[in-house]
Design a protein around this ligand. Structure first.
Ligand code: FAD
Length: 412
């Protein structure tokens, strides 16, 4: 039996940071920055601060009015539905762009629900020749010599955040210029993000690579310079690999795909025995439901959260601190460190109730405990077939009119 320990998360924010650092000595990276403090209260503050009109016009700029909601949505501190409704009510049609972006998060998640572990393998054959070079230190430490790419990586390592456009440029550079295995890069990337989420992350990498899109995503210097202003390009003396027309880059980067097959990766789930002879019932709080307002917290049952090395072992220090912030707001939740199976058996739990998730790592670990999966509220009350999940545009045909199409919203 491996070590299991009950944690006592301090109420004081500074003490909490230090406590988590002591509990997870192997966790990498700096402390969580104050502006990224976790929890529902901070998530709601960020939601209230949104300027959806500015977002509409400048979200693609690196210093645009983006929301920074993603870590709060990823961990369930606030829900996609309440964010959508709040913004739609407050801004009406001028928020259309932001509401559309919220749908992207739901779309990737729906694909994960439908496809399960297949999202970790290539969903389709790539449309161009992509490479499988190993991920190396000069990329992960931000030492490529390109101020833009190195700047993006340093921001990621320092804060746990990267702007969406920077994620696209960086992924494109890694996959199409360096010909690095997208899967290795995606795993590394996810481990450093405060909002790390296999659906949005791995499927976005595949969208860039062209294994889940009709064509590869690439960009040129003009595009990067436009949306980053003078930040990286002014004074840059590096030999710029992006300084060319799209035609030239297309010619330089891509050959037709040589192997019209989709590469598969295998995952081996840990085998655990079903529990028998133990009857305790508990609410299992997993890392997508970290909200003090979660409906399952109302249940008169023990509530248990586990920092499980098999699930959270690769997470950066600041993300573990973010999670601890969330947990500190949730009354009566026992927080444990150790293997989920061993924690639950040590607690005499035979069955768990929890929120449904597409995360197969969580699902597999709870299987021995006959889990009762409570569905989370759907983003759009509509059945979406696997065919409609092949592309966002098809998904949006179904979801868009339902979510945006009421008369008031459309009024000028
Ligand atoms: C290579 C790559 C990896 C990514 N990995 C992740 C990830 O691990 N976790 C994650 O949450 N997002 C991921 N994204 C999507 C997107 O970049 C982030 O959601 C967004 O940058 C988060 O910042 P924000 O909250 O300020 O976004 P905003 O631009 O303010 O958008 C508001 C919200 O809309 C949703 N959203 C916006 N754009 C996207 C998008 N392209 N895909 C999905 N949802 C979107 C997010 O929930 C976001 O919080 C990735 C994108 C790329 C290109």
């Amino acid at each position: 039996m491996s070590h299991v320990e009950k944690l006592s998360i301090p109420c004081d924010a500074e003490e909490r940071l230090q406590y988590i650092k002591r509990q997870f000595p192997a966790a990498i990276g700096p402390d969580l920055q104050h502006k990224w403090a976790g929890g529902r209260v901070n998530g709601l503050k960020k939601l209230n601060d949104i300027d959806a009109v500015a977002y509409n016009s400048n979200r693609n700029f690196i210093n645009g009015a983006v929301t920074h909601l993603s870590p709060y949505l990823r961990h369930g501190c606030i829900t996609l539905n309440e964010s959508f409704t709040t913004i739609k009510t407050r801004f009406g049609r001028s928020a259309e762009k932001l509401l559309f972006e919220f749908a992207w998060r739901d779309y990737w998640r729906q694909v994960w629900f439908a496809e399960g572990n297949a999202i970790y393998s290539e969903m389709e054959p790539s449309k161009v020749d992509i490479g499988y070079a190993p991920l190396n230190d000069f990329v992960t430490k931000g030492n490529t010599g390109l101020p833009c790419m190195d700047g993006f990586v340093h921001e990621l390592l320092d804060t746990g955040y990267m702007h969406n456009h920077a994620r696209m440029w960086f992924a494109s550079y890694v996959v199409h210029h360096l010909k690095i295995d997208w899967r290795a890069a995606a795993d590394w990337f996810e481990a450093h993000l405060l909002d790390g989420d296999s659906a949005s992350n791995h499927l976005s990498w595949q969208w860039v690579a062209s294994t889940f899109s009709a064509k590869p995503y690439f960009f040129n210097k003009e595009n990067l310079a436009r949306f980053t202003g003078d930040k990286y390009c002014a004074g840059c003396t590096a030999a710029c690999p992006f300084d060319a027309s799209y035609e030239v880059l297309n010619e330089r980067l891509f050959k037709a795909a040589l192997l019209p097959t989709a590469k598969q990766y295998t995952l081996t789930p840990p085998a655990k025995h079903a529990i028998s002879g133990v009857s305790g019932l508990a609410v299992f709080i997993h890392d997508e439901m970290l909200s003090a307002a979660h409906v399952l917290l109302m249940r008169q049952l023990p509530k248990i959260f586990v920092f499980d090395p098999q699930i959270h072992g690769e997470w950066s220090l600041n993300r573990l601190q973010f999670v601890a912030d969330c947990l500190s707001e949730m009354e009566d939740v026992e927080v444990w460190l150790g293997d989920t199976y061993e924690v639950l058996t040590a607690r005499g739990v035979g069955q768990v109730i929890t929120q449904d998730t597409p995360n197969t790592k969580i699902k597999q670990r709870l299987m021995p405990f006959s889990p009762e999966w409570q569905p989370a509220t759907k983003f759009a009350e509509v059945e979406i077939s696997r065919q409609h999940l092949k592309r966002f545009s098809k998904y949006w045909e179904k979801v868009g009119p339902l979510m945006l199409g009421d008369g008031d919203f459309r009024k000028p």
